[in-house]
Design a protein around this ligand. Structure first.
Ligand code: FAD
Ligand code: MLT
Ligand code: ZN
Length: 504
């Protein structure tokens, strides 16, 4: 018997903001298969003897079958998708993963790899009865070379734990995102997560030095090198970066950690219109140059609803747009002076209306917390349709305005925010509840508009379950065919994360 989701809302007051948001919605989402009309493919059906086999490898405790214990692994972070898995497996070693996959492949049992389950496109939860392969217990740090910055760890390490570990050794993780307290490095690699400082430290295709992965048939692929340069043939690691668990399962990661910046400063500015954000970005690149580490924007609705819904406080007044500019450098006085000068010049020219600059860790955390909490703040109000697109900077905000106009007669709020430095905007459409009518007002309309601008329909969150049918808006037929050929060659029975990434 399933306990209602409301039972998970144990004492909200004791939870942190992200957990509050996570459990804010008490409504159990509809099954993804019904909501989106998907037919189950002809995979094997889990039998009691399969459970016995998994228990023989993992022991009783690491084979979860109780319906209410399995429930959270079936539901995604934004309560959009819900699968019907009957079992969650929690391996501790690559060898166990290999045995599980080899067995599942033989029996044609479908598998859904799952990290921290913070994915935003429904890729991390099953659609039907796929077996959930969860990496929570593969969380060991294997080595850290403090000279080169090469960190080697298991895929289930939580990003924030890794960052804490390397910071004590004067290094940082090359990526940072609002979900850092829950997401796994294996999930980050599998989604090619971008995050808040991609502008400075680049994406994971550059930072990941090597990895170990297990193919669908259980073969362990050892590409776990820590070299910066290695041109010996095909760069196989890239097949697993961003392939969302459809080509193999990532079990270990080697990643380059940059030096811990000696000086960090943060500016939070109020801006009158979007044109001025672009103006400011151009100025930031020239005046802050090599110390610029993040350039983020959020519109008034994003910030004011987050502040209101999560009871946070905004350090500056109400403005149409907000910009967050961060520097990572080596000289605190010099860097914060540079950022303060950037603020005063911006104010003198009228590009910035108001703002604050700080190097105090607690104040910086408060500001970052507002930006990082936008993702889930809308869940407090209802249902969130989330879009994550990249488009040319001059058109960056157009889609938000187009949508507001399109939805003006509906009860919908449209918020725009994102990583200006990467040309990546997130658009949240918040409605009281999911309706098919609203869904058809939004999709494929948004993707058609993105395609007109030659943009990407998924800039950083991936394709997952929610977007395979729209992938053609950003990938041409020949590229899609090669993706299908690769899938066929690496996972001939299609057991790895079916219904995800590739369209039928
Ligand atoms: P999951 O959600 O568990 O899985 C994501 C996908 O990867 C699934 O397809 C899953 O099957 C696959 N997968 C997971 N682990 C493995 C593995 N070991 N091997 C093979 N496949 C695997 N994303 C960004 O890019 N930038 C952001 O700034 C950002 N901010 C976020 C902020 C919040 C508050 C939230 C909730 C999400 C945010 N995300 C962001 C999205 C999400 O956090 C990232 O996609 C993250 O990388 C997912 O990691 P995870 O461990 O939670 O993976
Ligand atoms: C972010 O930049 O905050 C994340 O990608 C999550 C989101 O889209 O809200
Ligand atoms: Zn983002």
């Amino acid at each position: 018997m399933i306990r209602p989701l409301s039972l998970f809302i144990f004492n909200l007051n004791k939870q942190n903001v992200k957990t509050q948001v996570k459990f804010a919605s008490t409504v159990l989402p509809q099954f993804s298969s019904e909501k989106y009309g998907v037919k189950r493919k002809s995979f094997g059906v889990l039998q009691p003897r399969d459970i016995d086999y998994f228990k023989s490898i993992l022991g009783e405790d690491r084979v979860v079958t109780d319906e209410s214990d399995v429930l959270p692994f079936n539901i995604d972070w934004i309560k959009n998708c819900r699968g019907q898995s009957k079992v969650v497996l929690k391996p501790k070693t690559t060898e166990e993963v290999s045995k599980i996959l080899s067995y599942c492949n033989g029996k044609r049992l479908a598998v859904c790899p799952q990290g921290g389950n913070t994915g935003l496109v429904g890729g991390s939860v099953p659609v039907f009865d796929e077996i959930v392969l969860n990496f929570n217990l593969m969380n060991k740090i294997i080595s850290l070379d403090e000279i080169s910055g090469a960190l080697v760890c298991e895929s289930g390490c939580v990003l924030e734990n890794l960052d804490d570990y390397v910071r004590e050794r004067n290094l940082i993780m090359p990526l940072d995102l609002g979900a850092k307290g829950s997401c796994h490095i294996g999930g980050n690699v599998s989604t090619n997560a971008g995050g808040l400082r991609l502008l400075r430290y680049g994406n994971l295709h550059g930072s990941v030095l090597g990895l170990e992965a297990v193919k669908a048939d259980g073969t362990v692929l050892d590409c776990l090198r820590t070299l910066k340069k290695d041109n010996t043939g095909y760069h196989l690691k890239h097949l697993f970066i961003g392939s969302e668990g459809t080509l193999g399962v990532v079990t270990k990661v080697a990643i380059h950690c940059p030096a811990l910046p000696k000086a960090v400063s943060l500016g939070f500015f109020g801006v009158e219109n979007f044109e001025n954000i672009l103006n400011l970005y151009k100025r930031a690149k020239t005046s802050l140059g090599e110390i610029l580490s993040a350039f983020e924007m959020a519109d008034n609705g994003s910030v004011s609803s987050t502040v209101k819904n999560l009871k946070l406080s905004n350090p500056i007044s109400d403005y149409p747009f907000y910009v967050l500019v961060e520097t990572h450098g080596s000289d605190e006085t010099h860097d914060s002076e540079k950022l303060s000068r950037f603020l005063s010049e911006g104010m003198e020219s009228g590009v910035i209306v108001d703002g604050t600059v700080t190097s105090e860790p607690a104040k910086m955390k408060t500001i970052w917390n507002i930006r990082e909490s936008i993702a889930g703040a809308g869940l407090v109000e209802g249902y969130s349709f989330k879009y994550d697109v990249s488009i040319p900077l001059r058109n960056y905000y157009d889609l938000v305005e187009l949508l507001r106009d399109r939805l003006k007669d509906h009860q919908a709020k449209v918020y725009g925010y994102g990583h200006v430095g990467d040309g990546n905007i997130h658009i949240n459409v918040i409605v009281p509840e999911y309706t098919k009518n609203m869904y058809s007002m939004l999709e494929p309309y948004i993707f058609e508009e993105v395609a007109k601008l030659k943009g990407s329909i998924s800039a950083e969150h991936g394709v997952g379950f929610r977007k395979p049918q729209f992938i053609h808006y950003s990938k041409d037929e020949s590229a899609l065919q090669l993706m299908k050929d690769l899938k066929k060659s690496m996972d001939p029975n299609g057991i790895l994360n079916p219904y995800k990434v590739l369209p039928d």
